[in-house]
Design a protein around this ligand. Structure first.
Ligand SMILES: *Cc1c(COP(=O)(O)O)cnc(C)c1O
Length: 369
């Protein structure tokens, strides 16, 4: 009997660092710094260094961080934010929470990211920002998008929820826009043991305002300058994240090795394999192949005990919750095609070569049959 290969294995990552995590959590509990506090502050400093930004502000989720990033731009009801329809829905939540309107632009099928060639056509006098995503850990096309932003005087907010440590022309993502949002949801490349996120920025005024918005819109307790939120990170998540961050570079390197090995082992099959665009270093959050019969391949893998997943089976412009935007099938053909063809194979730093060989064998079996 061949072992199953899980799609994700968070226990494998916890095991070697468990003693260190237990100690950090115990210290946090001893201090009773349950919300924000010294562990969170230490993590904020370390994460800013990791992202090469002057500031990182800890949040209770990536969605909250993205929401506050847009609040920093004073987005008003009816404003338009240009973004991608091929992403996790939370990118558009941030826009909707500001009562603004997501305006979608189709993706480049090679990187699954917002296609800069199609961006300018979506800009109107009501556009207030551009919000692309570094999807699957692969940087979006930074230079052309920043250039269009400069030309139209539009700030860029990066959704870096999947891309901790990815680089574009040698520079770390999360440092390009006026602000960026990261998620530390447990399955992300840097995962908390619960919900967590962060906002990065190089602007000290924005950093100060983000901190205030995170904590009920107040800089001085019980004095509220503007309507804010309770978006604080829990102390225990800061304790976990400050330990895990030390290993993130090493884990990202391991993901890159797994991706390269898949690319060489799966080469020659009638599957479209992911690749890195010139100048881009992916953080390989996901390893996504494409095939018109991906439902069949998925069933075949699952029957053989190999985990796989779909990211994402329905683009946002066709979701029920966004019906009111008035988009229809056919509006973004590349996003729709990607949604129908994408298939995510297991990728994580702890995936062994033996496990990976098993995944590859099962995929090959499908094409032999
Ligand atoms: C995970 C994710 C988010 C939201 O992060 P949470 O921490 O789950 O709120 C936003 N955007 C993208 C692209 C994501 O993958």
């Amino acid at each position: 009997m061949v072992d199953k290969v899980p799609y994700l294995d968070l226990a494998a990552q916890m095991k070697p660092i468990r003693a260190e995590i237990d100690k950090a959590i115990a210290e946090n509990l001893d201090r009773c710094s349950f919300c924000l506090g010294p562990d969170v502050e230490q993590f904020e400093k370390d994460f800013a260094t990791f992202c090469t930004t002057s500031h990182s502000i800890a949040f209770n989720s990536g969605t909250s961080a993205l929401h506050v990033a847009l609040r920093l731009l004073d987005i008003q009801p009816g404003d338009e934010i240009v973004t991608t329809p091929f992403t996790f829905v939370a990118t558009s939540w941030a826009i909707s929470y500001c009562h603004a309107k997501p305006v979608y632009v189709d993706i480049d099928p090679k990187t699954f990211n917002l296609d800069p060639k199609k961006l300018e056509a979506a800009i109107t006098p009501r556009t207030k920002a551009i919000m692309p995503v570094h999807l699957y850990g692969h940087p979006f096309d930074v230079d052309p998008i920043l250039e269009i932003g400069r030309k139209h005087k539009l700030p860029v907010i990066e959704d870096a929820a999947q891309a901790h440590g990815a680089a574009y022309k040698g520079k770390t993502v999360g440092s390009f826009g006026v602000a960026a949002g990261f998620s530390f949801y447990p399955g992300k490349n840097l995962g908390a043991y619960g919900e967590a996120g962060a906002l990065t920025t190089n602007d000290p005024a924005m950093a100060a305002r983000a901190k205030s918005l995170r904590e009920h819109g107040s800089k001085v307790r019980y004095y509220h300058d503007e309507i804010g939120y309770n978006y604080r990170m829990e102390g225990v998540q800061g304790a976990v994240l400050k330990v895990k961050l030390k290993y993130l570079r090493e884990w990202t390197n391991a993901r890159q090795r797994v991706a390269r090995r898949y690319n060489s082992l799966l080469a020659g099959l009638p599957l479209e394999l992911p690749s890195e665009a010139p100048g881009c270093e992916s953080a390989w959050h996901l390893y996504v192949v494409r095939h018109p019969k991906r439902e069949e391949i998925k069933k075949h893998l699952e029957a053989a005990g190999v985990g796989c997943a779909l990211h994402y089976p329905m683009p946002l412009h066709l979701q029920k919750c966004y019906e009111f935007l008035g988009y229809k099938q056919g509006d973004f053909p590349e996003s729709e095609r990607a949604a129908n063809q994408c298939l995510s194979l297991p990728i994580y730093p702890e995936l062994t070569e033996k496990q990976q060989d098993r995944v590859v064998d099962v995929v090959k079996q499908y094409f032999k049959a």
